[in-house]
Write a protein that binds this ligand. Structure first.
Ligand SMILES: Nc1ncnc2c1ncn2[C@@H]1O[C@H](COP(=O)(O)OP(=O)(O)O)[C@@H](O)[C@H]1O
Ligand SMILES: [Mg+2]
Length: 421
């Protein structure tokens, strides 16, 4: 029967996992290493995983779980596609595939609290288990009991996400608890991913992001983005330092980055010396009226005459930008999207790691840098920002100014995905 199906052979790392399997398997691999592909072969009981398998093509029921509908959808589509010649019944509504021989695969999102409850499975796959918000209760109360009737096996497949419940499961295999097995392999274990891709990620991502996402390491605090902060810090006499001490020095180019306050946060104006990559002034205040914001920006612009001003623009920023233009300020909009934000934050994080930036020991800035975190979205993209309820305006204003400053220092047009108008 399998002859009619389009099924890839397992790559070596995937084979290793299959050969070392136990009842409960925790497969911690880098991004794009082939976790979902392996999961699909396991669910089907296809390719090398057909030996002695109790999966869909052998006539058994299999449960597939993912943290969100979005993550689930990719596996659902691929399985549907691969199994096409043998599907006897397909329900888009309940996301169930039934196939010749009586086997079936149910696809569940863990957003649904009752996912899998009351079912019987001979095998369950939990894809991207590391980012499932309530993995422990889902596993203990709903998923694990589905395996009882068949004595089925379980596969936790994921990139790590700090030391959460997926890490606890991983530890069980590492500690040789009976019936548990664990693996940890980097993205490079997938021969279908070109090594240049990985090298490029190593160069362009903050070290911790690369370690977690590509080397599949469980980091102490998966959140932290900026490292080596204190080594890049210079002392300041007091919080008012920037008002008196720093002015324009002849022949120097500066860039001013602005993050505008919305409701309960701060407007922050950061000035970076483009040659030394040094932050020479930071003005942070919480008046939200445009007139006040504009006056303070005008004052800063007068101290650093001619310095281009990059302003974070979104719907609320545009009217401010227009007013600033009318006042004759050399403003340009920095378009913030998830992607452009990721780009400038990654650039800034790398500057800290390499010690190519210098910042004042200004408590709000240091604090925000230390708390700044990253979160992997179901789409695979990384979202950067402050923890819930905290601010990131000072970091954003710095990231925008620094981004502009590196563009100027290279005296080349800013050409990357982060757009400046
Ligand atoms: N055994 C395999 N044979 C051929 N291509 C594979 C194999 N395993 C993975 N791939 C390819 O590698 C890429 C990443 O695989 P995927 O399973 O989506 O990774 P992950 O789920 O780990 O992010 C995909 O393009 C997939 O088709
Ligand atoms: Mg995947």
């Amino acid at each position: 029967m399998t002859k009619r199906l389009k099924l890839p052979a397992l790559h070596i790392a995937q084979q290793k996992v299959w050969q070392g399997r136990a009842r409960y398997n925790v497969v911690c691999l880098g991004r794009r290493s082939g976790k979902t592909a392996l999961g699909i072969m396991l669910a089907l009981g296809a390719s090398a995983c057909s030996d002695l398998a109790t999966a869909a093509l052998q006539g058994y029921p299999v449960g597939w779980f993912a943290p969100t509908y979005k993550v689930l959808d990719a596996a659902w589509r691929e399985s549907k596609d691969r199994l096409k010649p043998v599907i006897t019944c397909k329900s888009e509504q309940s996301k169930r595939l039934e196939i010749i021989g009586g086997g079936a695969v149910d696809f569940w999102s863990l957003e649904d609290e009752d996912a899998g409850r009351g079912r019987k499975y001979s095998r369950v796959i939990i894809d991207e288990a590391g980012i499932a918000k309530r993995l422990q209760p889902a596993w203990e109360n709903a998923i694990r009991p589905t395996l009882t009737d068949f004595g089925g096996d379980a596969w936790f497949l994921s990139t790590p996400k700090g030391r959460n419940y997926f890490y606890d499961c991983y530890q069980r295999g590492v500690n040789h608890e009976p019936n548990w097995a664990s693996w940890q392999m980097p993205t490079a274990c997938n021969p279908f991913i070109h090594p240049d891709e990985i090298e490029e990620a190593r160069r362009n991502l903050p070290e911790r992001t690369f370690q977690q996402e590509y080397l599949a390491q469980f980091l102490d605090d998966a959140g932290g983005v900026f490292r080596n902060i204190s080594a890049c810090t210079y002392d300041i006499p007091n919080d008012d330092w920037w008002r008196k001490e720093q002015k324009q020095t002849d022949g120097r180019a500066y860039v001013i980055g602005v993050d505008l306050a919305r409701v309960e946060d701060f407007t922050v104006i950061t000035v970076v010396d483009a040659r030394d990559r040094k932050v020479v002034a930071v003005d942070r205040f919480n008046q939200v009226e445009y007139v006040m914001q504009l006056e303070r920006l005008v004052a800063m612009s007068q101290r650093f005459k001619g310095a281009p001003i990059l302003i974070e623009s979104n719907n609320t920023g545009l009217p401010f930008l227009e007013q600033a233009k009318r006042r004759g300020l050399p403003v340009r909009a920095f378009q913030t999207t998830n992607a452009s934000k990721a780009e400038i934050i990654e650039k800034l994080a790398i500057a800290f790691e390499q010690g190519t930036i210098s910042i004042p020991d200004y408590p709000p800035l240091i604090n925000e840098l230390m708390c700044f975190e990253q979160e992997r979205l179901p789409s695979g993209m990384i979202r950067y920002g402050a923890p819930h309820g905290q601010h990131d305006d000072t970091v954003m204003s710095l990231a925008i100014a620094f981004y502009g400053a590196t563009g100027i220092a290279q005296s080349a047009p800013i050409t990357s995905g982060a757009r400046i108008y």
